[in-house]
Design a binder for this molecule. Structure first.
Ligand SMILES: [Zn+2]
Length: 519
């Protein structure tokens, strides 16, 4: 069936709508079954839904297609990648109309350049992006700014200073605080320090997105810490990329859900997100123990070069390889030095063979040559747990990915395929094909549910007077195509994307339309 634009609008008289998306199966985003209807759009908003006739400037045939609110990715690292690709390629081509950045403790605001969230937002507004965006303030970034990069306790006046900065960020439209408590220097913050910061977030009804202090052997203790922080500060809690990592911890998944349900019944406003893949993506530096990651990059390099400290780091790294089920489960995904590009996309055993070095000596050399900045993906999670988390009432998909593009500077690394495929994979593979839940429930988890967590006003549902962030897709063919070896691939089945009423993707093709807003 053809799916082009049909110029069958009646434009002889003044049109009732700028655009009509006609005859599709409209999923409101509230989890209810779809209904066959037209959607009339004008001035960036949905004006009417029903049988609307043909008085419009543009008529888009959506017969046999699913019409859904644009997907909202509640956990991304898109941030400054907009500068390289303002349209938002890996995001918008999978039907995402809103990205939430500044996650895992690291935000573009309050970094070394001294920018506030207000500065960053106005830069994005000036740049003009293809999709909407809003950001958290990173607790690691904030601590680095005020306390520095070392493992020290924050003094009372430093805590007061962090609270004041955070308060200004909230005033300027930050969603809340994000943490990456497995990373330095955010990890140096105590529970009570984080609780203090969360009181500020709570006073603005913001959200605390916590990347837990531990996601494997101590994941239950780490989740309990998050729940305690929410209880003591009154903050609304979003557990980031919930997981029970490494085979020895897979059995903990049901208990993590029990703990979350218990917290909810104790009155905590809690939910979580999760990417629909069994591999995680992070820095190779996470194989260095936290204490050896203190200070500047040069400090870390010194420790790697020193045989004595490197031996200790190596013992830790090797124990991590074992817990991950072996070095073959870790894949190098970036390398900038010419000699190291050959390792991109290879697992550590393959790298060993090529380099003639055992995994740890290879990792040590790579970290030194790349100045600690190397990314990896590692296969460490269990498929059943991914499904368990995604199907839970309080769970929602989110990519934990970033903005990439098959062209230009953002095409050069080997990102985790989640940056391209999260939502089509969740709906197409997990829900349509594997019947994890029906498509209406799946769409709710991609739209209305994250919108409600984020207190997004007038978005995430298809109802009159809401912003016209809309995706039209083929429910029979929707699927991700990005893989770990070929990540730079757009999904199939996304046919039209509207952002604030503007037609940004038409019949699968991106237009020169930059209608995104900072929310
Ligand atoms: Zn994280």
């Amino acid at each position: 069936m053809g799916f082009g634009l049909h110029h069958s609008c009646n434009i002889s008289v003044k049109s009732r709508f700028e655009t009509i998306i006609a005859n599709g199966w409209v999923y409101a985003g509230d989890g209810k079954a779809p209904r066959k209807a037209d959607i009339g759009i004008s001035e960036g908003k949905i004006k009417a839904i029903g049988k609307l006739g043909n008085s419009c400037g543009k008529w888009v045939d959506a017969t046999d297609r699913a019409v859904s609110p644009g997907f909202i990715d509640i956990h991304t690292h898109t941030d400054t990648n907009f500068y390289s690709c303002p349209f938002g390629d890996s995001r918008i081509y999978q039907g995402i109309t809103t990205d939430i950045g500044g996650n895992c403790g690291s935000s573009p605001s309050l970094g070394a350049d001294g920018k506030s969230i207000k500065d960053f937002y106005s830069e994005l507004s000036e740049l003009k992006t293809g999709i909407n965006f809003q950001s958290y303030t990173g607790q690691g970034t904030l601590r680095n700014r005020v306390v520095g990069s070392n493992n020290v306790e924050a003094a009372p006046e430093q805590i007061a200073r962090m609270k004041a900065l955070l308060s200004a960020e909230m005033e300027a439209g930050s969603i809340g605080l994000s943490s990456g408590l497995e990373y330095t220097p955010g990890s140096y913050a105590s529970k009570s320090e984080i609780t203090e910061l969360c009181k500020v977030v709570a006073s603005y009804n913001g959200l605390f997105a916590i990347h837990l202090r531990n996601e494997d052997d101590y994941v239950e203790e780490a989740l309990q810490e998050a729940i305690d922080i929410a209880k003591d500060s009154g903050v609304r809690l979003q557990i980031s990329h919930l997981k029970a990592q490494n085979a020895a911890n897979w059995h903990k998944a049901p208990n993590l859900l029990k703990m979350i349900e218990k917290a909810e019944s104790d009155g905590i406003d809690i939910a979580f997100d999760r990417y629909p893949y069994i591999a995680f993506s992070t820095g190779l530096s996470t194989f260095i123990p936290l204490d050896f990651r203190q200070g500047t990059t040069n400090d870390i390099l010194e420790r790697l070069k020193n045989d004595k400290t490197a031996k200790k780091i190596g013992e830790y790294a090797e124990s991590r390889f074992t817990k991950l089920g072996g070095a073959q489960n870790v894949i190098i995904t970036s390398g900038k030095n010419e000699d190291n590009i050959q390792y991109t996309g290879k697992n550590l055993l393959e790298c060993s063979e090529i380099s003639g070095l055992d995994p740890w000596p290879f990792v040590r050399r790579l970290l030194i040559e790349e100045r600690v900045n190397v990314s990896i993906v590692a296969f460490a999670m269990k498929e059943e747990n991914v499904k368990l988390f995604l199907s839970h009432r309080l769970g929602m998909p989110a990519s934990d990915g970033s903005l990439y593009s098959p062209e230009g500077p953002l095409s050069e690394s080997m990102p985790h395929p989640r940056s391209y495929g999260t939502f089509p994979r969740f709906i197409g593979k997990y829900c349509r094909d594997e019947k994890l839940m029906d498509v209406s429930a799946a769409i709710h988890k991609c739209t209305g549910l994250p919108a409600s967590r984020l207190n997004l006003k007038d978005r995430g549902l298809l109802i009159p007077n809401y912003y016209a962030d809309i995706v039209v897709f083929n429910p029979d063919t929707l699927i991700d195509t990005a893989t770990f070896s070929e990540p730079h691939q757009f999904p199939k089945g996304i046919e039209h994307v509207f952002v604030n009423g503007q037609h940004a993707i038409e019949s699968g093709e991106g237009k020169n339309v930059f209608a995104g807003k900072v929310l």
